[in-house]
Design a protein around this ligand. Structure first.
Ligand SMILES: NC(=O)c1ccc[n+]([C@@H]2O[C@H](COP(=O)([O-])OP(=O)(O)OC[C@H]3O[C@@H](n4cnc5c(N)ncnc54)[C@H](O)[C@@H]3O)[C@@H](O)[C@H]2O)c1
Length: 145
């Protein structure tokens, strides 16, 4: 049984990464989150990754602090330290990173190139699919000998 990797997830979901410019207003970022039906955006400054902007950043750093999403720019409230994963990492390893670093999204890199994004939901789904597959095999083995 070969363990599922991040590559397997991206083979299914594709390599698109939704981003926002660091100087965009938070309100524009919220519009992107709603429009794309996602919980996080990779923040770009020129061509470089500057951070991640998540629903959690909005709740804690904008709403709770009484800031206006129309005046605040993403750069001011994003999470600067971005945890990442690679195509070769297993689903279990990436889950451990999310648990350890308390994050829910990981940009995926291959040879220093950004090649996708995975979320906690992607990892949970992949882990469940893997478990279902094993259970099916065991059931067949028990039935058919
Ligand atoms: N059925 C599925 O395949 C599936 C996959 C992921 C999540 N979900 C469900 O969606 C809900 C929310 O999911 P979540 O908490 O994982 O986070 P989320 O809403 O941010 O992610 C939803 C999907 O969008 C993708 N995504 C998020 N931000 C992205 C970005 N910036 N660029 C490219 N892709 C991006 C994720 O990889 C994931 O596939 C949960 O209820 C979860 O169970 C379902």
């Amino acid at each position: 049984m070969i363990e599922k990797t991040i590559r397997d997830i991206l083979d299914e979901k594709g390599s698109t990464v939704f981003t926002i410019d660091a100087d965009s207003k938070v309100f524009a970022a919220l519009g992107e989150l709603e429009g794309k039906n996602i919980g996080a955006l990779l923040v770009m400054d020129e061509q470089k990754i500057a951070g991640m902007f998540t629903e959690r950043d909005y709740a804690r750093k904008v709403v709770l602090k009484g800031l206006s999403p129309h005046e605040t720019v993403v750069r001011e409230v994003m999470t600067s330290l971005v945890n990442t994963t690679t195509l070769h990492e297993t689903v279990e390893e990436a889950m451990a990173v999310m648990t350890d670093k308390r994050c829910r999204h990981l940009p995926v890199f291959d040879n220093n190139q950004l090649v996708g994004m995975v979320s906690i939901g992607d990892l949970v789904k992949a882990a469940l699919d893997e478990k279902k597959f094993i259970i099916n095999q065991l059931e067949n083995y028990i039935k058919n000998g």
